[in-house]
Design a protein around this ligand. Sequence first.
Ligand code: PMT
Length: 408
Amino acid sequence: MAIDPLPPHAGRLLLGLTGGVAAYKAAELARLLVQDGMDVQAVMTESARHFVGTATLQALTGKPVFTDLWDPGAAGGMAHIELSRGVDAILVAPASADFIAKLAHGFAGDLLSAVCLARDCPLLLAPAMNRQMWEHPATQRNIATLTQDGVTILGPASGAQACGETGMGRMLEAAELAGAVHAFSRPGLLHGRRVLVTAGPTYEAIDAVRGLTNLSSGKMGYAVARAAAEAGADVTLVSGPVCLPVPARVRRVGVVSALEMLAAVKAQLEDGVDIFVGVAAVADYRAASTSRRKLKKQAEGILLECVPNPDIIGYVADLPRPPFCVGFAAETENLEKNAQTKRRDKKLPLLAANLVQDAVSSDENILILFDDGGRTYLPKAPKIEQARRLIGHAAALYAKWDGGRAGG
Ligand code: PMT
């Protein structure tokens, strides 16, 4: 199968490393970000170089690593200005107690602190230190000052520390930091747009205790909602019955049945929706009649009469002025053929297809995206990464589609 390229990734990040054992996690972070297409420029303090070599970061980012305020190669001898321009965000990981203190007081005696002071983009810090250093009132005062100055503090987490103690002060894991970076590096992608996502299964009651449902865990839909929120959209998630934490900056509307899901979607459409993503595994049928009481067991068995549920995404896509609709298809076989048929029948500009055996309830999946331009293969990755790629792809198509619609 031909592997089509992913849409270009707009993110440009300056990754700062200060002295701390957690610097090794920054190397993994650089690897993850570069793998996702991000342009990463590393800057290291003198102390950071005791923990990880510049050669490692250079190999992972594919760029020379800057360490010196007086770098003769920088334009006009001003590396701190040059480096802080044109990046979408600066992340310092690990941020030591000493470096945090410097920033809180506006010191700029080394390249990284000077870059941070000269910046005109968001600054994110991932503190990493011994628990007593973290809890010290001086550190807490510095963190409060930086927070007031608009700096975003990511973590720290609690757990075993390199010094042998246990408590708050561990740097967040590389994957968690990579997720946070995406939110700051491409915040404008869907800024000002309303995105509606359906997720999870529906449950169609038969009687007081029994019902028809499926194995959807909601993980993919919740990841899509999170990725859309990271991209700056105003996101509502209409969710079937699952127990997942609601992603930050996402409004959740809980529903049980397909009819309830349709009603919730209709209510959201009244407030205007730009992009609708139907990830939910909506039950195709519901019982023709339901009993409020528990039905008694019949020795001879029962015949259950079912009626079809409304097709939610079909309804939305058929509106006179529909939002940009993104459908999903989970198939056990003939994935591409069935997905193409679904996209055509439901009149969807974009459809993401996955194999049931690979996708349902799992943390990772393979996705194939189908649109008018052909297909894009997204190799196996955690659902949040797939969701970010899908949202990036959908945002690019939406911009063209919306432009075409405005032009008549
Ligand atoms: O929740 P997870 O465990 O993470 O699993 C994710 C997933 C496998 C459920 C997800 O990735 C996925 O593929 N969702 C679509 C499931 C499916 O096969 O849907 P479908 O073929 O029944 O429907 C196709 C499209 O129509 C979907 O966008 C669906 O939301 C929509 N639909 C279907 C039926 C219906 N009555 N109303 C709808 O809106």
